[in-house]
Design a protein around this ligand. Structure first.
Ligand code: APR
Length: 233
């Protein structure tokens, strides 16, 4: 049976594709205030600004491509059962070709009804405008989990993480819960690799190998190692 690798990704894996992270010094939360564009209150107060913020993200997403880190994770499937749990709302794991991807914080290329959250449709890279309606006649909103909103897939993500033989954590500041808490769900035997060039404080994680590198080089290197390990490791 193939060993199970669970991959928790954050904005850092897409940084080298040209997508800004949130909390780095040139990150999105330096340019915008979370409470203006990424909360339900912001949506009620100024939907035009919120739509504009996500329209810009979606438009930019159309211009970028997956990088060697996304591609390496696809290669890892040659020998492992790989499940990706991503906090990212981009579609770069999909475009690289990974086969199992759970989006904890939603997806830029989807919209949903404000009347029924189950009514989710693809929008690709186009804009949502005020007045754009779902089939029930209510305004469409970005299919994004905003701050303060529930994270509907967190239990699924926790169940996936509980099965991990190996956990790869890539490009996340682990600052946002409940996503950051997923690392606590791994079983005791699980090996953990963390790939991030930043200065994360992670003393509380056991069995950890911290690779202080950018994802574009660090992830292919770890994938190469895992693919060359013999099956008894
Ligand atoms: N390769 C790997 N990691 C990188 C790279 C890179 N090239 N460049 C930056 N990083 C790292 C940073 O050091 C940082 O630890 O990526 C991390 C990005 O952290 P955040 O900006 O906080 O992004 P993330 O952890 O994904 O944020 C979580 O916060 O705003 C919300 O909903 C949003 O899903 C997002 C959540």
């Amino acid at each position: 049976m193939k060993k199970k690798v669970v991959v928790l990704t954050g904005a850092g894996i897409s940084a080298e594709s040209g997508i800004k992270t949130f909390r780095d010094s040139d990150g999105l939360w330096e340019e915008y205030r979370i409470e203006d564009v990424a909360t339900y209150d912001a949506w009620l107060r100024n939907p035009a600004l919120v739509l504009d913020f996500y329209n810009k993200r979606r438009m930019q997403l159309a211009t970028v491509v997956p990088n060697p880190a996304h591609h390496a994770l696809v290669k890892l499937e040659q020998k492992y059962e790989v499940k990706i749990v991503t906090q990212n709302v981009d579609d770069l794991h999909e475009r690289a070709g990974s086969s199992s991807i759970l989006h904890l914080h939603g997806e830029l290329t989807k919209v949903r009804s404000t009347a029924n959250p189950e009514l989710v449709t693809d929008i690709g890279y186009s804009e949502i405008k005020q007045g754009d309606k779902c089939a029930l006649g209510s305004q469409l909103r970005p299919h994004i989990v905003w701050f303060g909103e529930a994270v509907p897939l967190i239990e699924d993500a926790a169940e996936i993480t509980m099965q991990a033989d190996i956990l790869l954590v890539i490009g996340t500041s682990l600052a946002v819960y409940p996503a950051a808490g997923l690392v606590n769900y791994v079983p005791a035997h699980c090996r953990i690799f963390l790939v991030d060039p930043g200065d994360l404080q992670v003393r509380w994680i056991n069995n950890l190998e911290f690779v202080r590198e950018k994802a574009g080089t660090g992830v292919p290197a770890i994938v190469g190692r895992l693919l060359s390990e013999d099956d008894n490791n």
